[in-house]
Design a protein around this ligand. Structure first.
Ligand code: FES
Length: 159
C-alpha cells in the first residue's frame, strides 16, 4: 500500500496547522486526516504525518498510541466501537458486545473474514447520558437495545 499523503490531505493538514500556535499542536487533526485517507495508521502513515508537520515521529507515535480513536490495524468496512466506560457498562455494554459478537460472528478486537465488520471496545464516547453507546465509522448510535442492534445489522447485511 502506498502511504503517501494525497495533495488533498497535505492541504488539509497545512490548513489545520495554521489554527495552532505550534505545528506539533496540529498532530491530532493531522492524524485524523491521514486516518480518513488510509483507513488506519501504519508506521509509514504516522511518519508521513510527522514529516508533513515537521515534528518528531516519536511525538506522532505517542499521540496515536494514547488515544483509542486512532486505528493501528486495518478495520472492517463497518468499524463498531462499543463504549465500555462506566455509564455504558452499567447500562449493559458487555451484554451488547456479546450480542454483536454472536450476531456478526466476529470476536471483539477482530475483523470478520469477509472484511466487513470489526468490533472494538473503546473508552468513553462522551455521550454517557444516552448509554449504552457505540460508534460505527463516523456515526453514533445511542440508547441501544437488542432490537436497535437487530435493525442496524439487518441494514448492514443488505449493503
Ligand atoms: S460511558 Fe459510554 S459514552 Fe460515556
Amino acid at each position: 500500500m502506498d502511504w503517501t499523503l494525497s495533495e488533498a490531505s497535505k492541504q488539509a493538514i497545512a490548513e489545520e496547522a495554521t489554527k495552532y500556535p505550534t505545528r506539533r499542536s496540529a498532530l491530532m487533526p493531522a492524524l485524523h486526516i491521514a486516518q480518513r485517507q488510509f483507513g488506519w495508521l501504519s508506521e509509514a502513515a504516522i511518519e508521513a504525518v510527522a514529516k508533513e508537520l515537521g515534528v518528531p515521529v516519536a511525538d506522532a507515535q505517542g499521540v496515536v498510541t494514547f488515544y483509542t480513536m486512532y486505528r493501528t490495524k486495518p478495520v472492517g468496512r463497518y468499524h463498531i466501537q462499543v463504549c465500555q466506560n462506566l455509564s455504558c457498562s452499567l447500562m449493559g455494554a458487555e451484554g451488547l458486545i456479546g450480542y454483536l459478537e454472536k450476531k456478526l460472528g466476529v470476536k471483539c478486537g477482530e475483523t470478520s473474514p469477509d472484511g466487513k465488520f470489526t468490533i472494538s471496545r473503546v473508552e468513553c464516547l462522551a455521550a454517557c447520558g444516552t448509554a449504552p453507546v457505540m460508534q460505527v465509522n463516523d456515526t453514533y448510535y445511542e440508547k441501544l437495545t437488542p432490537q436497535k442492534v437487530d435493525d442496524l445489522v439487518a441494514g448492514w447485511a443488505k449493503s
